[in-house]
Write a protein that binds this ligand. Structure first.
Ligand code: NAP
Length: 346
């Protein structure tokens, strides 16, 4: 078991290289082991490209070794034709006699079928090796399949006395910027790892944020904003069409390149309609970057999985009150990051 865990840990390390590149697929790593030595390894590099098992098997120099090898995979091998042929077929074709899997794939077209097909083909299959770690690695994929909504991270920065910003009625005054350059980089890294990013109407209007990845490398997430009456001025960054953007509104408006206007019922449950739509688009992770009203709605409706609260050593005395966390809605430790007062940009 210890040996299996050692090789599975390597699979998980490899899988992590796919972060921000493989969604809506899960991150997966695989290693091929022959007589205690790794003879091949691979991971799923990009959505639509070969799976981890295919890359790992292709990297084995002497194919004859496969007949006496074990392949370790961090997720159940697929059994269906998607963008690529089933990995199970490849494993059977190459006569690999032993497969060790970390966790099952809840994707409806796999869901245990991959394991069953391997067993039926005479392969020895071991499951559940570092299962907890593998489920954690793919928590956004797992959440979206289980709950039919994206994995939700609520993020905000606040003053020591609990304010998100000074009180402003228009954009002529800039927002208070709490984040240090290091925190700003971390925020942009997080943006590069999620599928979608969201703000409320007043944040869009008062801050004119771009919500793109600029202080880190990687792709920008799909931007999501609520704008019931289409009040965000033309020419604002969110409407510049540079990144795919979804505007949820009560009004009728034709889509323009890279910007979709989606009508929803504001008398109904707004957040669930938004999340349903994101799920339909297979956007599996959502970073909510404020403001207070929007964050509070998510908290009150218990629609969140992770919180990131940055507390800067600044007192504002008054302003926009930060969301208040009740003990009961802290499901897991809140990531509190303290940073010094500094300048930055959204
Ligand atoms: N420090 C930080 O981390 C941070 C981050 C972001 C923003 N901020 C600051 O926060 C302030 C803005 O926060 P805010 O609370 O005033 O506004 P907000 O949350 O950005 O936007 C609130 C508005 O968005 C619409 N909305 C949001 N959620 C909705 C829902 N579930 N259902 C229906 N409508 C919804 C409503 O617009 P309608 O009333 O038009 O329907 C609502 O009045 C700004 O000062 C900004 O600088 C700080």
């Amino acid at each position: 078991m210890e040996v299996d865990e050692r090789f599975m840990r390597r699979c998980l390390d490899l899988a992590r290289h796919g972060l921000g590149k493989v969604s809506p697929n899960p991150m997966v790593g695989a290693v091929v082991v022959h007589q205690g030595k790794i003879v091949g390894e691979g991971y799923h590099r990009k959505y639509g490209e070969p799976h981890a098992e295919v890359n790992a098997i292709a990297s084995v120099k002497d194919e004859a070794l496969l007949r006496d090898a074990t392949i370790y995979v961090s997720l159940e091998p697929c059994s269906h034709y998607g963008k690529t042929p089933p990995c199970v077929e490849l494993i059977l074709k190459k006569h690999i006699p032993r497969v060790v899997v970390a966790c099952l794939d809840p994707y409806p077209e796999v869901a245990g079928r991959g394991i069953n097909m391997l067993c039926d083909g005479g392969v020895e299959v071991v499951t559940g090796v570092l299962e907890k770690e593998a489920l954690e690695l793919n928590k956004t994929y797992m959440t979206s399949l289980r709950l039919k909504r994206p994995y939700i991270c609520l993020k905000w920065a606040q003053s020591l006395d609990g304010f998100l910003d000074r009180m402003r009625s228009d954009a002529s005054l800039p927002p208070v910027l709490f984040s240090s350059p290091l925190m700003l980089q971390q925020v942009h890294k997080k943006r590069s790892e999620v599928d979608a990013i969201m703000v409320g109407t007043r944040t869009a209007i008062l801050d004119n944020p771009s919500l793109t990845v600029r202080h880190w490398s990687g792709k920008s997430p799909v931007r999501v904003v609520i704008d019931r009456n289409l009040t965000i001025p033309e020419g604002y960054h969110l409407l510049n069409g540079q990144t795919p953007t979804l505007v949820f509104t009560a009004k009728e408006k034709e889509n323009v390149p890279n910007t979709d206007y989606i009508r929803i019922d504001f008398e109904g449950d707004v957040l669930r309609q938004v999340l349903h739509h994101l799920n339909e688009r297979r956007l599996q992770s959502l970073l909510v970057e404020g403001g207070a009203f929007l964050l509070t709605r998510f908290l009150e409706e218990e629609l969140w999985d992770e919180l990131q609260v940055e507390t800067a050593s600044v007192y504002l005395g008054e302003g926009v009150k930060a969301p208040v966390l009740k003990e009961s809605n802290v499901k897991q430790p809140v990531v509190s990051v303290y940073s010094r007062k500094n300048q930055g940009s959204k």
